[in-house]
Structures are given as structure tokens and as C-alpha cells.
Design a protein around this ligand. Structure first.
Ligand code: MCA
Ligand code: AMP
Length: 491
């Protein structure tokens, strides 16, 4: 199963239909028909081939949401390239790691973002690329592809502090999209508002692929802005919205009369990427009259589990395994635990990635007898509904963005005056969790200087909300830091 035959349902089958509306930063709306996306991606594919890119070559994109990201993705599908989406909030340390590990031919970006890239990075300006591609023929070139053709490296799961590239294939994306479009009744009649970043799986694997497969109209915004959400819902009248919990919490701020009207038009709202508090689910239902469908996925596996479209969307749970997924909850030895007992969630299916890029040891550690070990702790109810209870690792998820404490702790330990460091998540009403840094500091510790260094090296969402000085870190007899014993921090 490859992607182009599925995308052709729109690219060829709905060529004259206006499939994309992009809300530009100046407030105007740029539009593309599916035929225009087909032609633009063909021109771009020809240009990339002329620049020497061939099947299996890697290209990174470091871009905010914009039509060119979609055109680049389509060109990569046609040429068999491997794209590396890079979070626009990443800074020196994250960028250096990903670009060294993935070694792309170049990074497609804009001048303002290029300023953050390591010196010597091959930069292809996204506008210059589009201008150069305009001179190419618009007829399609495409190489043979199948379910095993790699399409993307998406960096995630840095429990060791260094993120790894999950190798996602065309079959992974195709399976995921076919299942979601079917399970969630997505059709050409939908009006899909997508404010999720296309540099992560939620916006890219779920958003873009469900859109292209179903042929609905997509209104893409550069990013989610809660101050403008009401205007977006009023103007575009979406029937379909995917979001992270932080977005739904922001949507609860809308006036009740507006929310009720918007909710009346909303056929389906889907939440994922982080836990959706049952209380938020209840308040959204009360205010919008819409019952959020919560689902659970991972970069390495795309979507695994979801509440049913028909049937109970049970608050506080992530629902039932999706049609193509096998799931078990296991103990430390890997044996399935009885219903009602907590354990690690393991999954198997065509949605699971091929492994981690050039990390045979990490790949071997993450799979057991063909099952992918998610690192998520959960419990199954007798009727099969899964409740997630936390993670084996101390991953922090803030506004849907992942923060790996080890990455921050390693950087903190490099700073003058920081003897020991531990980063933990503190509750936050909008983002779920925010990072807090606990430091055992010497006399030369300068909090302002350390904070400035972290801002230069790491994404904005990773910046500690506070530095808490402690005399020592609580440790077990074996020396492992016991983060749950650190004094709780409150804003
Ligand atoms: C957030 N910010 C951004 C962006 N998003 N800046 C530029 N481009 C962006 N795309 C920055 C803002 O500038 C601000 O920076 C800070 O983040 C918070 O912005 P704010 O307006 O206060 O937003 P918010 O109301 O707090 O909401 C944050 C958010 C963001 C917009 C919901 O967290 C977000 O887009 N989350 C989605 C992440 C995602 O797609 N996760 C899926 C991963 P400053 O702090 O400097 O002022 S994939 C996954 O988890 C698996 C596969 C799954 O199951 O889906
Ligand atoms: P990522 O590493 O960005 O792919 O994030 C995947 C992780 O997000 C999963 O391993 C879960 O820990 C978390 N996650 C995704 N969806 C949900 C959800 N609905 N509820 C709780 N956690 C979730």
C-alpha cells in the first residue's frame, strides 16, 4: 500500500476542486485547487531531481505551516525522498543533533529561521525554490513505491536526552489515514480547520493525510492562536477539528453563545498528543454541545487507539484499539497482565514504524517479539477501553510538545555553578505540564545567565518556569534521583 494512488483520489479525481485555503499571516486567504497542488508538486519534484536528489535521499524542512510544506511532501512521495520535519521552535542544541544524525542534503527554510541553523548548513530558501520550480514542466514524474518505502524521519522519544529519528514508511501513513478517514467518517463534505503544526505527526500524519485522502476542504493556519480562534470558527465554519488539549482548553474561553453555534456545526472534534482532562471533556460538551473524541498515538506508531465514532466516547480514556492495531498491556517480563491491572502498552500493526534511523541498539530495545513497547503505562477495562496512566520515562508533554528532562539536565550541568540538576513537569492549567528546573548550585550560579543560555540553546516551550534551588537531590540507595520527592513547585 503506497500513498500516491490514495492521494490521486483528490489530486486527479478532484483536480478542479479548491481543496486548500491557507490563512496567511496578513489575514488574506491563499487558495489551491487539488490540481494546482498536483502541478506545483510535479514542478518541484522535477527541480529537486535536477538538483541531484534521488530515491532515499534526505531533505529537512524547517518551516511554519504554509502550502509549500504540502507541495514538498507531495514531491517527496513522488520521488521517494525522505523528509525530516523540524519543529520551528527548536534552537541550536536540538537542530545540531537532528541535522548531524539525519545528514540531510539541505534544509528548506526561510531567512529568519535559517539564522538558527548551525553554521555551514546547506540552506534552500523555500520561496527561491518555488520560483525556480515554476520554470519546470508540470507533468508528473514518480518512482515506484510500496508500503515499505520510507518517507519521513520524525525525531522523538529522547529518553536518553538525544531524540531518535523514527523511520516512517508510506505504508504507515497510508494505513493510518485509511483507518482514521473510515473510523471518523471524514468525507469531501467536511470543512477541516487545521492549526496543528505540520512538523509533527498529529498535523502531518493525521491532518494532511486524512485531508488528501478524503478530498475535504482544509483551512490551514500558520499556527494555533487562541485570540483568533473565534474569528476562524465564525468565518470558516469547520465541521472537523483536530487539536491538542491545550487548544480545547483555550476554546473553552469563547463566549457561550458563540461556542454553541460553533459546536452545532462541528461534526467531530478529536483530541490527542497529551492527556485530555475529563473535566475539559465535560466542559467542552456542555459549552459546545460536541463530544470530543480522544485518541492515542505516537510518532513511532501513528494512531493506536481511539474512542468510537458510534458509541461511548468515555472521558478520561483513549478508547479502543483501532481496526489495524493489536494491543496488549504487559508486565516488566513482557507477559500480558489481567484486565484491570496496570502495565506497559505494547502495540503491533502496519502503523508501527520501521525502526529508528541508524540506531540498531535503540531499535532492538524498543521492540520485543515483533511488539513495539510504547513506554506508556495503561490499564484495560473489562470492555476493552484503555486508560493511560503515565509514562515509564519521565517525559514531560507541554501543550502537546515533548520535553525530555535528560536533554535539559545535560545542558544545565554544563552551566557554571550547576552541580546537580533535575527537571520535572509541574501542573499547568492550559498546557498540562510545564518544566521546572531543580538545581544544586554553587556560589557562581547565575540564574539570569543560565536562563539566557537555555533560551539560546533550546525551544521556547522547554524554558523552565522556575529554577528551584535545593541543597541536594533525593536519591535512592543506588543513586537514582527520586523526582517525586522533590518539593512541589506552584506558579
Ligand atoms: C507555539 N508557539 C509557536 C508555535 N506554537 N511559535 C511559533 N510557531 C508555532 N507553531 C509558541 C508561541 O510563540 C509562544 O511562545 C508559546 O509557544 C505558547 O504560545 P501561545 O500562543 O501561548 O499558545 P498556547 O495557547 O499556550 O497553546 C500552545 C499550542 C502549542 C499552540 C497549543 O503548544 C501547539 O501548537 N501544540 C501542538 C503540538 C503538537 O502538534 N503535538 C503533536 C506531537 P513563547 O512561549 O515564547 O511566548 S505528535 C504526538 O504527540 C503524537 C504522535 C500524537 O498522539 O499526536
Ligand atoms: P510523541 O513522542 O510526540 O509521539 O508523543 C507520543 C506520546 O504522547 C505518547 O507516548 C503518549 O505518552 C502521549 N499521548 C499521545 N496521545 C495521548 C493521549 N490521548 N493521552 C495521553 N497521552 C497521549
Amino acid at each position: 500500500m503506497s500513498l500516491l494512488p490514495l492521494f490521486d483520489l483528490s489530486l486527479q479525481g478532484r483536480a478542479d476542486v479548491r481543496g486548500l485555503e491557507f490563512l496567511q499571516p496578513d489575514g488574506t486567504v491563499a487558495t489551491r485547487t487539488f490540481g494546482e497542488l498536483e502541478a506545483a508538486s510535479n514542478r518541484l519534484a522535477r527541480l529537486l531531481r535536477a538538483r541531484g536528489l534521488a530515491t532515499g535521499d534526505r531533505l529537512a524542512f524547517f518551516l511554519q505551516n504554509r502550502p509549500e510544506v504540502i507541495e514538498l511532501w507531495l514531491a517527496a512521495v513522488k520521488l521517494g525522498l525522505i523528509l525530516i520535519p523540524v519543529n520551528v521552535l527548536y534552537r541550536a542544541r536540538e537542530l545540531a543533533h537532528i541535522l548531524t544524525d539525519a545528514a540531510p542534503t539541505a534544509v528548506v527554510t526561510t531567512p529568519d529561521l535559517a539564522a538558527h541553523l548551525p553554521a555551514g548548513t546547506a540552506v534552500w530558501d523555500v520561496s527561491a525554490l518555488a520560483t525556480a520550480a515554476a520554470g519546470e514542466e508540470a507533468t508528473r514524474i514518480a518512482v515506484p513505491a510500496d508500503a515499505d518505502t520510507p518517507l519521513s524521519l520524525i525525531y522523538t522519544s529522547g529518553t536518553t536526552g538525544a531524540a531518535k529519528g523514527a523511520v516512517l514508511t508510506q505504508g504507515n501513513f497510508a494505513t493510518n489515514a485509511l483507518t482514521l478517514v473510515t473510523a471518523w467518517r471524514i468525507s469531501a463534505a467536511d470543512r477541516f480547520l487545521c492549526s496543528l503544526p505540520l512538523f509533527h505527526v498529529h498535523g502531518l500524519a493525521n491532518g494532511i493525510h486524512c485531508w488528501l485522502l478524503s478530498g475535504c476542504v482544509l483551512r490551514l493556519t500558520e499556527r494555533f492562536e487562541h485570540a483568533r480562534a473565534a474569528a476562524w470558527f465564525e468565518e470558516f465554519r469547520p465541521t472537523l477539528f483536530f487539536g491538542v488539549p491545550a487548544m480545547f482548553i483555550r476554546l473553552l474561553e469563547l463566549p457561550a453563545d458563540q461556542a454553541r453555534v460553533f459546536g452545532g456545526r462541528l461534526r467531530l472534534a478529536v483530541s490527542g498528543s497529551a492527556p485530555l482532562p475529563a473535566e475539559v471533556h465535560a466542559r467542552f460538551r456542555e459549552l459546545y454541545g460536541s463530544v470530543i473524541l480522544e485518541r492515542y498515538g505516537m510518532t513511532e506508531t501513528l494512531m493506536n487507539v481511539g474512542n468510537p465514532y458510534e458509541g461511548e466516547r468515555r472521558p478520561g480514556t483513549v478508547g479502543l484499539p483501532l481496526a489495524h492495531v493489536a494491543l496488549r498491556v504487559c508486565d516488566e517480563a513482557g507477559a500480558p497482565v489481567p484486565v484491570g491491572t496496570s502495565g506497559e502498552v505494547w502495540v503491533k500493526g502496519p502503523n508501527v514504524c520501521a525502526g529508528y534511523w541508524r540506531r540498531p541498539e535503540a531499535t532492538a530495545a524498543a521492540w520485543r517479539d515483533g511488539w513495539f513497547r510504547t513506554g506508556d503505562i495503561g490499564v484495560l477495562a473489562p470492555d476493552g477501553y484503555l486508560t493511560l496512566q503515565g509514562r515509564r520515562s519521565d517525559l514531560i508533554i507541554s501543550g502537546g510538545f515533548n520535553i525530555y528532562p535528560r536533554e535539559m539536565e545535560e545542558l544545565l550541568l554544563e552551566q557554571p555553578g550547576v552541580k546537580e540538576a533535575a527537571v520535572v513537569g509541574a501542573p499547568d492549567p492550559v498546557r498540562g505540564e510545564v518544566p521546572v528546573a531543580y538545581v544544586v548550585a554553587g556560589p557562581e550560579f547565575d540564574e539570569t545567565a543560565v536562563a539566557a543560555r537555555l533560551r539560546e540553546q533550546l525551544a521556547s516551550f522547554k524554558q523552565p518556569r522556575a529554577f528551584v534551588r535545593v541543597p541536594a537531590l533525593p536519591r535512592t540507595a543506588l543513586g537514582k534521583v527520586q523526582k517525586h520527592l522533590l518539593p512541589p513547585w506552584r506558579a
